[in-house]
Design a protein around this ligand. Sequence first.
Ligand code: HEC
Length: 124
Amino acid sequence: MKKIALMAAALAALSTAAMAEGDIKAGKKVFKKCKACHSLKPADNKVGPTLYNIIDAASGANPDFRYSKAMAEAGLTWDVETLSAFLTKPKDVVPRTSMAFSGLKKPEQVDDLIAYLQSEMETE
Ligand code: HEC
C-alpha cells in the first residue's frame, strides 16, 4: 500500500513539472499579440525583425533589420531565461528598445509562448 501512495505522489510531481513547461497550443494563441509586428518565417521582417529560429540566437543580429541602438548593442543571447524576462517586461531587459510592447502579464503566457517558439524552431 505504501508503495502505491509513493508512486502516486511521484506521478503527481511529474505532471506538475510537465505543466510548468508550457502549452504549445496556448502559446500559438499568445503569439497573436506578436504577429502584428513579427513573423516566424526566414527573412520576413515587418515592424519588428523575424523571430525565425530566435531561441538561443544572438540579439540584434538580423543584418536586414534596423534595430534601435539599444538592441543593436545589447549583446544578449535569447535563451529561455533572457527571452522570458524580455517578454515579461521588455524595457527591464533592453531599457531603450523600440519594441512598443509593454509585456505579457501572466507567467503562463510567457511559458506557453516560449514552448510554441521552440516547437517552430527549424534545425538542419
Ligand atoms: C508593436 C510591434 C511589436 C510587438 C507587438 C512585438 N514586438 Fe518584438 N520587436 C519589435 C521591434 C520594433 C523590435 C526591434 C526592437 C529594437 O530594435 O529595439 C522587436 C524585437 C524583438 C526581439 C529581439 C529580436 C532580435 O533579433 O534580437 C524579440 C525576441 C521580440 N521582439 C519578441 C517579441 C514577441 C515574442 C512578441 C509578442 C509577445 C513581440 N516581440 C511583440 C516590435 C514588436
